[in-house]
Design a protein around this ligand. Structure first.
Ligand code: SF4
Length: 326
């Protein structure tokens, strides 16, 4: 399968860290993920002079935009965003740590709900750093249980197909794994700074410092270091408990009516081999693959379908296998 020159997919497209939605998209179709990250690879397959459009449809753009509005609306129900000026990359990550800390503090004060909670780490002891934002965490202080909930908006009133549900369940499972590894102390200071190229001693900017709490201020009395904040938050998050329940909620993008709610079990043992196999692709250890024959319906909704190399490959494979049977 064609691979762009210039290093592994990780080097080319995600130097530093990956985001959880990268893995969810890869779970749907790795080939589609590659084409969306490097459109020039698929454009090379166009016949010279032929006009080709591989842009996302307007419909898809509207769905995404309405989905973002609904997520923001839900976030505003329980928290008010504030503007923070970030001066360094340590400041940017400090804001994420503070947002995680707010969720920890909310639960320790007896609140039951936190939204837009950042999580990060190298799942399953691997070498790929992943960042994501959990839609919603619900905490039951009586049972000391945490539930993860992910909201998906739809244009159709019909429930999503199994393949879509599987992709969404996978995404939630990766979020939960990241959260649980934070809670169990598997994420170290060194893991964070070495993967992200951050400095433990870098002082946080004044705007960020206005939102830091529970971290000793350095002897100069003005700011704390990124390392101090990181160490504090990594310790505080361990006071929580692991996610034990998971939930997916599909609602209609216009009237917000409920379409489907899925409660499902998390299974880290099943997630691990799939996730690590995906990581092999990011490290350039194997070729790109597309959907299996039984999932070919996905190609009918794919903007890259007319030029997709994998479709040709599968069509040839099918023809050859039919010819052998004759
Ligand atoms: Fe994947 Fe099918 Fe799209 Fe090709 S056409 S990128 S195999 S979904």
């Amino acid at each position: 399968m064609v691979m762009k020159e210039g290093g592994t997919p990780r080097d080319q497209f995600r130097p530093g860290y990956l985001i959880v939605s990268d893995f969810a998209k890869q779970h749907w179709c790795e080939m589609q993920l590659l084409y969306s990250l490097a459109p020039d690879i698929i454009l090379m397959r166009a016949i010279p002079g032929e006009e080709v459009t591989i842009e996302e449809s307007e419909e898809a753009k509207v769905v995404k935009s309405k989905g973002s509005d609904i997520h923001l609306e839900r976030e505003l129900e329980i928290q008010v965003p504030v503007e923070v000026v970030v001066e360094t990359k340590e400041d940017k990550w400090a804001v994420r740590l503070i947002n995680l800390q707010h969720a920890v503090q909310a639960f320790s004060r007896g609140q039951r709900l936190a939204r837009e909670v950042p999580v990060f780490g190298c799942p399953f002891g691997g070498d790929i750093f992943v960042f994501g934002i959990i839609d919603e965490l619900r905490y039951d202080p009586d049972k000391h249980e945490v539930e993860i909930s992910e909201l998906k908006t739809r244009r159709s009133f019909y429930p999503p197909r199994k393949g879509q549900q599987e992709k969404d369940r996978y995404q939630v499972s990766v979020y939960a794994q990241l959260f649980n590894e934070l809670v169990t102390g598997s994420v170290s200071k060194d893991m964070v700074v070495s993967n992200l190229g951050l400095g433990l001693d870098v002082k946080l900017g004044s705007s960020v410092m206005e939102h830091v709490s529970g971290v000793p201020i350095d002897t100069d009395g003005e700011a704390c270091s990124f390392g101090d904040l990181l160490g504090t938050v990594l310790t505080q998050v361990q006071s929580l408990c692991c996610i034990s329940r998971s939930r997916l909620e599909y609602i209609h993008q216009d009237d917000k009516s409920e379409i489907l709610v899925l409660n499902f079990d998390l299974d880290a043992a099943s997630l691990k081999p799939v996730f690590l196999e995906q990581c092999r692709w990011w490290r350039g250890e194997r070729a790109t693959t597309g959907v299996e024959i039984e999932d070919c319906w996905k190609c009918d909704h794919c903007q890259f379908s007319p030029l997709c190399e994998w479709r040709d490959y599968m069509a040839n494979k099918l023809t050859n296998s039919k010819a052998k049977k004759k």
